[in-house]
Design a protein around this ligand. Sequence first.
Ligand code: HEC
Length: 182
Amino acid sequence: MALTRIGVFLLAVAGMAAGQVSDAPKHGADGGLLYPSDYREWVFLSSGLGMTYGPAASPGNPRFDNVFVTRAAYKGFLQSGTWPEGTMFVLEIRSATSEGSINKGGHFQTGLAAIEVEVKEKGVWTFYSFGSGDVAVGKAFGPKESCYACHGTNGAVDNTFVQFYPTLLPIAKAKGTLKAAK
Ligand code: HEC
């Protein structure tokens, strides 16, 4: 038993050494998504200011959002212009403020307001909520939530807003994977 465990551990270490970092989505017993707590080590795609929708919107004092995607998915996109199986995104929404420290007229990010996650598994996209980053296992949004309609209709590549990710838009154009007129 102990030997088997050591064997599994060694295999895992060998896998990591070979560059196979596993950042695939992980699920709990009830099917919920485990909080991907290392998402700040993934690939950063872009920030938006005042681009938040629905309950996360804050019209008087627009919030920032930061988009991260898993490393394996990013590499897959560079090669094909499409998102591979197991792709996972984090949309991190943060409050904004100004006039702090030396800053007078600019806007900078402060506390976490919401964490939303989107995964592609078995070819299907599912959205999950993690509250304001204080939820260990995220519940899937049901198919009638606005996420699915807006992303499915307006996302430039598949279900995602590649039109707002400056390093990926040229890739999608070059690979011919952009939906028309997005
Ligand atoms: C009215 C349209 C709209 C709705 C509704 C919406 N989103 Fe988005 N979402 C966007 C846009 C635009 C972006 C691009 C990033 C940005 O805002 O800076 C985005 C980006 C994302 C991303 C980053 C990956 C990607 O697809 O580009 C995630 C994750 C995400 N949204 C989750 C959600 C969840 C969860 C819901 C439902 C609770 C939701 N969104 C509802 C428009 C929408």
